[in-house]
Each structure stands twice: as structure tokens, then as C-alpha cells.
Design a protein around this ligand. Structure first.
Ligand code: G3H
Ligand code: 13P
Ligand code: ZN
Length: 334
């Protein structure tokens, strides 16, 4: 049986993105796989009155079960209202959909937005598959994110050692032919907690920390010029907070030289046509840091609530920080 996202109290990205591009801020797109992450995301969004995109990857669907995730998202809308958020603006989005069938199943299942990531295919095949997904999704008012260019690291279960920046000369043709609602681009971000090798970075002489190379803002500018006002998406935008990396490493973890995108660069991107910023790894790091610290401090604890509660609080703190201090989406969904 088909379910419309509208019946679940969810919204698509259309209006949200138009406002964000105009207003010079970005909407947070946070991945979730479990209840604690979802609680933290909703609490942070409700407290700051920020529109929010709940992202579900193919891996999350396999991990948590698609039916359960759908009802969790529906529950999230009700929970947000209970927290005093009168008009929650919550999107349920498929992250990195890799086939027409998967995207169709999400549309039928109550998602309000899907990503078809055909960026690893040759250009014409990317256009064809994206167009097919758009044709289906738009019948149900579900918005579609597409991707041009390849991010370094593991993407779509295909791994690429180097990134291939989006070619600005392709974007007009791509958007015209596919009719996608937003476009994920490659300008130097990548997935995971190791976004750059130490060789690609310099070292801060004072702290000894790795300093990553800047993002290709010239490519972003050229794309904005070709597609004025069109919603642009940045994947791989965790900043890999070094305080979490330090806590993890000090409590039995092993994350040597983990490095992310500096927040000042994300702040700059959020003010441009970039209106959706994807963050997953920072939530994983916040949770792991809190759990590892807790286990070290309380070796006798074995009730999951004892260690998941501080993990949830740490994630919430991190989400609020991103919303208020990096993306600027607070107060945009009153
Ligand atoms: O883009 C990747 C996201 O961080 C989702 O990761 O496929 O491990 O759930 P995942
Ligand atoms: P991070 O690994 O940088 O959090 O990126 C997440 C992402 O792009 C999800 O699609
Ligand atoms: Zn991604």
C-alpha cells in the first residue's frame, strides 16, 4: 500500500530550499540509524526551530528496517509537536539512492525526498536514470536530489581515491534534462572521518594539528553563476571535531590523523547557493566519544541507558552547534 509523506506530517524540500538560498543559510541533513540519534536531532531542531532533513542511507535501511524507520520519522513529527514546535518542518530523505527501484520504493513508502546518486555512471546514463526517478517522484510531489562529480572516498559503495570536481559546463544541461530539484556537487569534501591524507594537509606549528586544503570555492562560484538560485548540496561535510577524536583516542580508541572540513569553510558555503549540508560522521564521533568516556569512567555500568544518555546529550549539543553556529538555520521554521 502506498503512503503519502503528507499524511505523515512531513514536507518536501522545495519551499525549504528556496527560502534557504534566498536567506543565505543551509538546512542540516543529519543521518539517523537509531532512536537516540533521532531523539537528539528532533530535540535540537525543535529547540532551535530549525527545518531539518532526516536522512536514511541504504545501509541504515538494512540496519534498522525500513518500516521501523518510516514510523520513527512519523513519530518524530509528533514528538516535535510535543516538544512545543508548532509547525515542524521535517523532511524524510533517502541518502545515496543507487537505483530506480530503491527510490521508487521510498517514494511509495512515505519519503518526502530522495537522492538518486548516479554520479559514478557516464554522464548520459546519469541523466537518464535521474530523469526516470524525477518522473516518478514528481507525480507524488516528492523532491529529487541528483549528483554530478565524484567525491573522494567511499560513495555509493564505489570507492574513488581522488575526487573529480563537478564540471560547471555540464550543470545547465544536466538540470534542464533531468528536472532535478537540487544538485549535489563535488568541490573537495568527502565522506567519513578521514577526508584528507596527512600529505594533502599542512600542520599547524602551534598545535601540531593537520590543516586541510581549502574547498574549491571557485568551482562553486562558477556553478552558481550558471544556475542562479538553484539549490546546491554538499555531502561529506562533517568537520571531525578534534575534541571528539582526542576523547576517543584517550579512551581506548584509535583514530589517528582523522580530519574534516573546517567549520569556517562550511559557514562560507552555507551563505551561498549551498542549501543542504550533510553531516553523519560528526554524530558518530560524538556518540563514540561519549560512550568510550563513560565506559572508562564507569566500568561497572551495563544498562544501555546509562551510556546512551550521555551519548544522546553529546549529539544534541553537536547538532545545536551546527544549526546555530555553522548553518544558520535556527529560527527559520517557526
Ligand atoms: O554518505 C554516507 C553516509 O554517511 C551514510 O553512511 O552508508 O554507512 O549509512 P552509511
Ligand atoms: P560525512 O561523512 O562528512 O558526515 O558526510 C555525510 C554524508 O554526506 C551523507 O550523505
Ligand atoms: Zn553523502
Amino acid at each position: 500500500m502506498k503512503v503519502s509523506f503528507k499524511d505523515l506530517g512531513l514536507v518536501n524540500t522545495r519551499e525549504m530550499f528556496a527560502k534557504a538560498v534566498k536567506g543565505g543559510y543551509a538546512i542540516p541533513a543529519f543521518n539517523f540509524n537509531n532512536m537516540e540519534q533521532l531523539q537528539a536531532i528532533i530535540q535540537a531542531s525543535a529547540e532551535t526551530k530549525s527545518p531539518v532533513i532526516l536522512q536514511v542511507s541504504k545501509g541504515a535501511r538494512n540496519y534498522a528496517n525500513q518500516t521501523l524507520l518510516r514510523y520513527m520519522a512519523q513519530g518524530a513529527v509528533e514528538y516535535a509537536k510535543e516538544l512545543g514546535w508548532k509547525k515542524p518542518q521535517i523532511v524524510l530523505h533517502l541518502d545515496h539512492g543507487d537505483s530506480y527501484e530503491l527510490c521508487k520504493s521510498c517514494v511509495d513508502f512515505g519519503f518526502s525526498s530522495v537522492m538518486i546518486d548516479a554520479s559514478s555512471l557516464p554522464y548520459e546514463e546519469n541523466v537518464k536514470l535521474t530523469r526516470k526517478v524525477v518522473n516518478y517522484a514528481h507525480k507524488y510531489d516528492v523532491t529529487v536530489e541528483a549528483e554530478l562529480g565524484v567525491l573522494a572516498g567511499v560513495e555509493d559503495e564505489v570507492s574513488s581515491e581522488v575526487s573529480h570536481y563537478t564540471k560547471p559546463e555540464e550543470v545547465i544541461d544536466f538540470v534542464k534534462k533531468t528536472k532535478c530539484d537540487s544538485l549535489a556537487i563535488s568541490i573537495g569534501t568527502s565522506h567519513g572521518a578521514y577526508k584528507f591524507t596527512p600529505e594533502q594537509c599542512t600542520r599547524d606549528p602551534k598545535t601540531g594539528r593537520l590543516v586541510p586544503p581549502p574547498l574549491a570555492f571557485d568551482v562553486l562560484k562558477a556553478i552558481e553563476k550558471k544556475l542562479p538560485g538553484f539549490p546546491i548540496v554538499l555531502h561529506g561535510s562533517s568537520s571531525v571535531p578534534q575534541e571528539y577524536v582526542d576523547i576517543i583516542n584517550a579512551n581506548g580508541g584509535k583514530l589517528p590523523d582523522a580530519v574534516g572540513i573546517p567549520e569556517e569553510q562550511l559557514r562560507k558555503a552555507a551563505k551561498s547557493a549551498v542549501c543542504k549540508i550533510n553531516i553523519d560522521s560528526d554524530s558518530r564521533l560524538a556518540m563514540t566519544a561519549a560512550v568510550r568516556k563513560h565506559f572508562n569512567e564507569y566500568p561497572a555500568h551495563f544498562d544501555p541507558r546509562q551510556y546512551l544518555k550521555p551519548a544522546r546529550e553529546e549529539m544534541k549539543k553537536m547538532y545545536i552547534h551546527k544549526i546555530v553556529n555553522v548553518l544558520g538555520s535556527n529560527g527559520k521554521a517557526r
